[in-house]
Ligand binder design. Sequence first.
Ligand SMILES: Cc1cc2nc3c(=O)[nH]c(=O)nc-3n(C[C@H](O)[C@H](O)[C@H](O)COP(=O)(O)OP(=O)(O)OC[C@H]3O[C@@H](n4cnc5c(N)ncnc54)[C@H](O)[C@@H]3O)c2cc1C
Length: 358
Amino acid sequence: MQADIAIVGAGVMGCALALELAERGRSVVVLERSIPGAEASSAAGGILGAQAESPGPGPFLELALASRALWRGLAPRLGEVGYRDSGLLKVALDEADLVWLEGIARWNEQLGLPCRRLDAHEVASLQPGLSSQVMAGLLFPEDGVVDAQLLPSALAALATSAGARIVSGGEVRGLAREGRRVIGLETSKGAVLADKVVICAGAWTRKVLPTLSVEPVRGQILVLRGEPGQLGPVTFSRQGYMVPRADGRVLVGSTMERVGFVDEVTLGGLHRVSGIAMELMPGLSGARVVDYWAGLRPGTPDNLPLIGPSGREGVEVLSGHFRNGILLTPISARLMAQRLCGERTDLSLAPFDPRRFL
Ligand SMILES: Cc1cc2nc3c(=O)[nH]c(=O)nc-3n(C[C@H](O)[C@H](O)[C@H](O)COP(=O)(O)OP(=O)(O)OC[C@H]3O[C@@H](n4cnc5c(N)ncnc54)[C@H](O)[C@@H]3O)c2cc1C
């Protein structure tokens, strides 16, 4: 096999990058050891929390706001993937939470970003069924959500229709070299020759190139059967979140555990996430548990992604998106495609340079 660019991994990053490159007329092949979206990408809550997830002003916020804007154009092209940009709610359940919420409200207001302070009454009318302990809320009207269980296959189909090749069941076993030069990938389906290799292997990035600083961070999710049609906003407490889906399911997440490559669901994990649901919406105590799963987020030491050169000639990285890879998909793929095609990038890649940890 031969291509201009060979990508390792068909999670949201690999698929979205393949789409961007194929639309620029590049020949692209994506090697995926399983099926598209088999790992973190289909395990996600799908929250598009550009403001809700940002720690404050800085490179993450800039990247996240740009990506949220791109989502509006991408979503209609993907078909029915449960995309909603109808807002995201953070609530305070005690005095300490009020201080937490106040800090978040302040920097958002200072930057002139859209957000609304809500009293307990306004929160209750926006999201019926929330705990009577809720003291106040903060609404980010432009944040949103997408169904991450539907997203990867839709993104893979769009990339394929644009001309990218996605090879399921194709495990990458190493970089193909000629002397010191990387000339492609060694895979379970034979060698793939390419001018450039891009590693989009999520939590497994270091297994492809050990110098890269990406570590797995496990997250567990519990799914409850709620009432269909009662589609309030995604709601965050300081401990976790609840994501209502149109069919009545409610996703509750999530844990943050550094336990290596173990992606099992545990009793402790379920205890923790069920506690989040009970605290936010005690009325759900009788709700049926319909599913649960765990996934491995690609974490980095500074919680910023790796977008750019790996330090190894011919090898680029698009990984390390930690707990916001769904949100950051459109902008990350665009920036990497712009870089690979020698275009001016929409944002500076300096804060995300993978070599910062070498
Ligand atoms: C529980 C949980 C909740 C989350 N919630 C959210 C959320 O609400 N909002 C949000 O924005 N983000 C969320 N995230 C984070 C988001 O899911 C990730 O940041 C994102 O999916 C990472 O995408 P990726 O393509 O880099 O990695 P992955 O989806 O993990 O894809 C990597 C792919 O590479 C393949 N691969 C690895 N090694 C090889 C190899 N050697 N050969 C071939 N293929 C290989 C894997 O099989 C996999 O398919 C959540 C994550 C978890 C786990």
